[in-house]
Every structure is written in structure tokens, then in C-alpha cells.
Design a protein around this ligand. Sequence first.
Ligand code: G3P
Length: 218
Amino acid sequence: MKFFIDTANLAQIKEAQELGILDGVTTNPSLMAKEGITGKNNILKHYVDICNLVEGDVSAEVNALDLEGMIREGEELADLSDQIVIKLPMTIDGIKACKYFSDRELKTNMTLVFSAGQALLAAKAGATYVSPFIGRLDDISSDGLVLIEEIRDIYDNYGYETEILAASIRHTMHIVNCAKIGADVMTGPLSAILGLVKHPLTDLGIAQFVADYEKGNI
Ligand code: G3P
């Protein structure tokens, strides 16, 4: 399972990168705004900064809603680095843009996916990644993990190569459950990734080992 971090915060990206387990980064306009990155030039520069921090794929989202604008913005983003994955919204024009870019062998990530039908379309359009937002489904009393299962079944039925990128991960068990189902990638906050390390028995065991080692050295 690939691990992406879902943030535009350079310090958090660096911390995740230093763990040695990071495969990429996803961002969106809200995450950029949260870091105070506004204005086209600052946003493009920030993507370059992120690409320079990590080795893997970096999803950069278009802001246009029409096909022509998505193609223009997507090409501009792709020119920044080979690491850039053009992130497109799940709309009619987004699907057309996805097909346009996949025909030109540029990487794409279809975002704001909330149904199996949307994920099927993304695969048909040749998306590199499809991003079902599991936390936002959980927020409205739906079950995000069920959607991941449905997409996994559909993609396996037909051998689609589009990777299931479980997004809107909110906590550590989302990651574990997505791994059990077979999501190809998860993108989540640093806190959810670091949560995987924690277990009280590990802490107790370390305390015991340290105490026993110190006894032998008195
Ligand atoms: O990057 C897209 C997605 O992961 C957003 O998550 O927490 O805003 O639903 P969230």
C-alpha cells in the first residue's frame, strides 16, 4: 500500500518523508489556503517546493471548472515536474480532461469521488488514481469503507489499472481498514500515519527492557 500525506504543510511533509515510508503527497485548494498559500504564482511555487521535498507523486488540483480551463491549468501544472499528478474534479468536463491527459500519458487523479459509478467512469477515462473520500461519507452517516470495497471489486472484475487512492482519511483505523480491503494508496494527515506506531504494550515492553538492562549494568 502506498502512503501519501494529505497536506500542503512543508514541515509535516518533511517529517513524513524523514520516516522513510512516504510515497507521495496530495493537496487541494483548501489545504493550500490553510497554509496561507494564495495567488497563482505562490501556489505553483509551493508545488515545486513540495516536489523538491519528496520523491513520489504530488497531486496538484486544477481550479477551472470548464474543459478548456482544466486542460490549460493541467498542462501548466504538469510542466512544473514529472512528479505532478493533475487532480481533476469528478464532473463531465473533468472526465473529458482526464481522458485528454491520459491519452497524452500525463498522470491524473480524479477527485471528489463518492460513488462506485463515478469510480468506474474514472477508470474508463484512464485515470492514474481515483480518490474516494471516505471520511466525508462517514460524516453523513454513509460508510466510506463500503465504497472502497465496491470499487475494489469493480476494478478487479475488469483489471482496471487505475489505483484506488483512499482519501479523506481521518484516523489511523481508516488506514488499517483500507489496507485490509486492498486500497492501493491512502492519503491522510500526519497524525493518522503516526498513530500506526502507537501501542501501549510496546511502550510497556520498552520500559521493561530498559529497566532490566539498567539492572544488569549497576
Ligand atoms: O485531499 C482530499 C481529501 O483527502 C480531503 O479530506 O478531511 O477535507 O475530507 P477532508
